[in-house]
Design a protein around this ligand. Structure first.
Ligand SMILES: [Zn+2]
Ligand SMILES: [Zn+2]
Length: 394
């Protein structure tokens, strides 16, 4: 199983930066690209520069008044009257505060996901990765959860319009992929799937199994809400069983997957107990499904992940290693204790407040299991069964 892969990036995406103490920090991208370079896993010839999304492309998903507000609040300082209106567009003092240059940076991120989708759909490459993307919470007329423009929805709308392809969106971020779900809730040609910590306890408070789509789109929205403190085995069991069934049933032409890595036990914003193992195994499943069902067509984007030193660079690098069939990825099976490049650790250790990991995977021999494991596993199986009740067995 091989396929050519491109990594889409533009330094302008690094300007998507709320402020220095905000958890969604662009250093996550730098740390990942540097780790890949040190691992000799990222050739310059595999990189593809992105362009900004046009207003017309953004308007396929977002309301004109929202675009106007984002542009106005990107000025430094914003013109008269706009500060008072920031809150109504989700850009007030909360999670997603406006910042100078916001429109340009967010348009580059949306354009990066379009660039990745175009590279795959045009046949230029089989797989494309855009780690700046994955802003899955942005809504039609409102920024939310660190997300200004919904690059994923914009890229899917682009693919629908230009190629009429059936798209399966797979969201593995610990938070429900609500913005993308609502964008295509009544569209039978776009299936949105999200596996996440249940909205009972976590932002954005949605993503329950009963959210199945509406009108002609009924049945093409799938949610697998998991219990807090879910560990690797239960997460992987729910993911693998549901996604195999869904791909077989929906028969997509293209898979777009979102790779927020905030279900890791270290993540400060969620309550899951997963390790790096799911970020090793899950991309391999998506990869094999793309080759089996979509002639290899697979676009992957980034997303959340707020342990920026220990989790994000490793998880996102493992994703790229999988997409490129890198020998290092395969060797992890035989050698799970493979060390990270020493030069990467040396370069960044002075800036990190935590001790940087020494190996690609987590050493689980000293991890304590959680006390309610059986109960959590059983509850997750119940959710899985309800979510899958209408899908034929394969
Ligand atoms: Zn491949
Ligand atoms: Zn998230």
């Amino acid at each position: 199983m091989t396929g050519s892969a491109l990594l889409v990036h533009h330094d302008k995406a690094l300007n998507y930066h709320f402020h220095d103490s905000h958890p969604f920090h662009p250093i996550r991208l730098k740390l990942t690209l540097d780790l890949l370079a040190e691992a000799r896993a990222l050739e310059p010839s595999a990189m593809l520069a992105s362009r900004p999304a046009t207003d017309d492309e953004l308007l396929q998903v977002h309301q004109p008044a929202f675009l106007e507000a984002v542009k106005a609040l990107s000025a430094s300082p914003p013109g008269p009257g706009w500060l008072e209106r920031a809150e109504q567009y989700g850009l007030g003092d909360g999670d997603t505060p406006f910042f100078p240059g916001m429109h340009d940076a967010a348009a580059y991120i949306a354009g990066g996901s379009i660039t990745a989708a175009e590279a795959v759909m045009s046949g230029r490459c089989d797989h494309a990765l855009h780690l700046g993307g994955g802003l899955h919470h942005a809504l039609s007329a409102r920024a939310a959860g660190f997300c200004v423009y919904n690059d994923v929805s914009v890229a899917i709308a682009y693919v629908r319009q230009r190629y009429q392809a059936r798209v399966l969106y797979i969201d593995t971020d610990v938070h429900h992929g609500d913005g993308v779900q609502w964008s295509f809730y009544s569209d039978p040609e776009v299936c949105t799937y999200s596996i996440h910590e249940t909205g009972k306890y976590l932002f954005p408070g949605t993503g329950f199994v009963q959210e199945r789509g509406e009108h002609q789109g009924y049945g093409t929205s799938v949610n697998i809400p998991l219990q807090p403190y879910t560990e690797d085995d239960s997460w992987m069991e729910c993911f693998e069983q549901s996604i195999r069934r869904l791909v077989e049933y929906f028969k997509p032409d293209l898979i777009i997957s979102q790779h927020g890595c905030d279900a890791h036990a270290y993540d400060p914003l969620s309550h899951m107990q997963c390790s790096m193992a799911i970020y090793d195994q899950m991309p391999a499943i998506i990869h094999s499904l793309a080759h089996k069902h979509c002639e290899g067509r697979w676009v992957a984007v980034g997303g959340g992940g707020y342990d920026i030193w220990r989790v994000v660079p490793r998880a996102w690098s493992l994703l790229w290693l999988e997409m490129t069939d890198h020998p290092l990825k395969r060797s992890l099976k035989q050698q799970p204790r493979t060390p990270l490049p020493q030069a990467w650790r040396e370069r960044w250790k002075g800036q990190s407040s935590v001790s940087l990991p020494a190996e690609w995977l987590d050493d689980l021999t000293h991890w304590e299991g959680i006390p309610r494991r059986d109960e959590i596993t059983a509850k997750n199986r119940e959710s899985l069964a309800v979510a899958l009740q209408d899908f034929p067995k394969v």
